[in-house]
Design a protein around this ligand. Structure first.
Ligand SMILES: [Zn+2]
Length: 258
């Protein structure tokens, strides 16, 4: 065998090893879990990313107890609810009330919000592209909402103004100071840093450890062809929903470990 051929054969073997690494291995000589090559996107399905699951019938979700919400039957991912429970308990001990107004939303739910706004007289004076863009100031196109993931929640009021004085300001300041240590981040900040997408939402908090994995898989699995089946869906390409909105977020300060 000449040297060139040897190289090709060895290189081929090397390539096979690399390819095999990404596949689940049988139980022979398993790596410790922390070192095992894991592809989180194998466990995060397209349906989970697009909100096409019923949280009432899915073990990954848990109903939010009446202690933390006045809504009936709203759901969060199990670990998100756990983290919220710790945070809201700590807040309550300091006299700060945190109530969840909205949690996991299915694709169908998001579609009903979107279509209702689309047909609302408030938005009907606009040409379709501008109408979509106006609705997108505060609402997501179905299939692009972080609420689909069960990782994000809305707290106390859906008006920024509420959080700018009195009790609302106290609640917001408490969250700014403490939320990150429980893993929660306000992903839609004031945009002074050049963030694109939705306007500021002082009520919307995201559980970073889970949401971060969802976002990574979303960008790997979902494309704009997924936006279909609702009013104005044909404008999703021009509006660049994924690059402008889905990735238009503020991240958890990396120096804070939840
Ligand atoms: Zn929200």
């Amino acid at each position: 065998m000449n040297k060139g051929l040897t190289f090709i054969v060895l290189a081929g073997l090397g390539l096979n090893f690399i390819q095999c690494d990404s596949e689940p291995e049988p139980s022979i000589n398993p790596l410790p879990l922390s070192e095992a090559p894991a592809d989180p996107c194998e466990e995060i399905s397209r349906e989970m990313l697009l909100g096409q699951v019923d949280p009432a019938k899915n073990d990954a979700f848990q109903i939010v107890p009446s202690l933390w919400t006045d809504k009936s039957e709203i759901y969060l991912k199990v670990e998100v609810l756990q983290a919220f429970d710790s945070m809201a308990t700590a807040a309550a001990q300091e006299g700060i009330e945190l109530k969840i107004l909205s949690a996991m939303r299915t694709w169908e739910h998001q579609r009903s919000i979107w279509n209702r706004k689309w047909n609302n007289p408030r938005f009907m004076g606009y040409e379709p592209l501008e109408r979509a863009s106006k609705i997108l100031e505060y609402s997501s196109m179905p299939g692009s909402s972080r609420h689909h993931w069960g990782t994000d929640l809305d707290l106390n009021s859906l008006e920024n103004e509420y959080f700018e004085s009195g009790i609302g300001l106290e609640q917001y300041e408490w969250m700014q100071k403490n939320a990150a240590s429980y893993g929660f981040v306000q992903v839609y900040g004031d945009q002074l840093n050049g963030r694109t997408g939705y306007k500021e939402e002082k009520w919307h908090w995201s559980y970073w450890p889970t949401a971060q994995a969802y976002l990574a898989c979303y960008l790997e699995i979902i494309d704009s062809a997924s936006f279909d089946g609702f009013e104005g869906a044909e404008w999703s390409d021009s509006l660049q929903i994924i690059s402008n909105y889905v990735t238009g977020i503020d991240e958890l300060n990396p120096t804070i470990q939840p």
